[in-house]
Design a protein around this ligand. Structure first.
Ligand SMILES: Cc1ncc(C[n+]2csc(CCOP(=O)(O)OP(=O)(O)O)c2C)c(N)n1
Length: 205
């Protein structure tokens, strides 16, 4: 063996070239300014008010949930503060008959999709009734195994396609989850079968 250490990574120029093909798409910057007027969503004042109401409700729900958790009255709970906009705006774009396959942090979306809050609390405490989803509420219980919901979403989306449905299956994971094998299996399967799935990555750093 030569004493030289083999270069394991792609050269910087190649990485820069790849990055240039995936430019950041931004409408609102971190200062709340619209930087891409062309793509500003056409939302009415009523819709904006509704979204703000949902965000504030969800922030308070988060604070209450953390308190209940610290008192030992809730079980497993993943905080959501700071993620309200990505969670609730993405959910706002869905129709009632679309399917949500949440990760553990995506409880707000399934509550706003119709899961009674008391059932979300029972889920947190590991009670089986928390996983009994009411008829017509198209969700699965939050997935704890990181990335597993991506394969399930691919499967649900393929089922929708086979039935000729017009709805979609949306699933969420964190930036860490995007390194899981399940993540790649899910997006590959859905892509190969052109299944109506939306894969949402929330990078909360
Ligand atoms: C398959 C698997 N491995 C490890 C864990 C333990 N675990 C729970 S949360 C977490 C970090 C996940 O980070 P990320 O996907 O970025 O999501 P975030 O929690 O930041 O929203 C890990 C490793 C798990 N739940 N599932």
């Amino acid at each position: 063996m030569s004493g030289k250490v083999k270069k394991r990574f792609a050269p910087q120029s190649l990485l820069e070239e790849i990055e240039s093909k995936f430019e950041m798409f931004q409408i609102l910057n971190e200062n709340g300014e619209i930087v891409n007027k062309e793509f500003e969503p056409n939302l009415s004042d009523e819709e904006l008010e509704e979204l703000m109401t949902r965000m504030v409700y969800t922030r308070i729900l988060d604070q209450r949930s953390i308190s209940l958790n610290r008192q030992g009255r809730l079980g497993f709970y993943a905080p959501t503060a700071g993620q309200e906009a990505s969670q609730l705006a993405s959910h706002f774009a869905l129709e009632k008959d679309d399917w949500i396959l949440p990760g553990y942090r995506d409880v707000p979306q399934i509550v706003w999709h119709g899961l009674p809050l008391w059932k979300a609390f029972l889920f947190s405490r590991g009670h089986y009734i928390g996983n009994q989803i009411p008829e017509g509420v198209n969700i699965l219980p939050p997935q704890i195994i990181i990335g597993a919901q991506y394969i399930q979403a691919a499967g649900v989306a393929l089922g929708i396609k086979k039935r000729g449905g017009k709805n979609v299956a949306v699933t969420y994971t964190g930036d860490g989850g995007s390194s899981q094998g399940d993540f790649y299996e899910g997006i590959n399967f859905a892509g190969a079968f052109k299944a109506p799935a939306i894969f949402f990555i929330q990078n909360n750093q």
